[in-house]
Design a protein around this ligand. Structure first.
Ligand code: SF4
Ligand code: SF4
Length: 63
């Protein structure tokens, strides 16, 4: 079982950098209305790639 990444919504500025980094399809989803990202936890592999590119440290894995 993988550990999913989590989004701290109050930190996310909706820059979408993480979206293009994730190697899995349809894990990180941009919510237009909120201008923020959410995670489809059942599809996230917990690889942590997105965590390393977020400029706001809004993404964490394993907590
Ligand atoms: S941890 Fe990996 S699989 Fe999960 S959202 Fe981030 S880049 Fe995608
Ligand atoms: S990289 Fe970080 S701040 Fe930018 S959309 Fe993704 S979670 Fe939000």
């Amino acid at each position: 079982m993988y550990v999913s990444v989590r989004v701290a919504k109050e930190k996310c500025i909706g820059c979408k950098i993480c979206l293009s980094t994730c190697p899995e399809a349809n894990v990180l989803l941009y919510i237009k209305e909120e201008k923020k990202v959410m995670v489809n936890e059942s599809r996230c592999k917990g690889c942590g790639l997105c965590v390393t590119v977020c400029p706001k440290e809004a993404l964490t894995v394993g907590h």
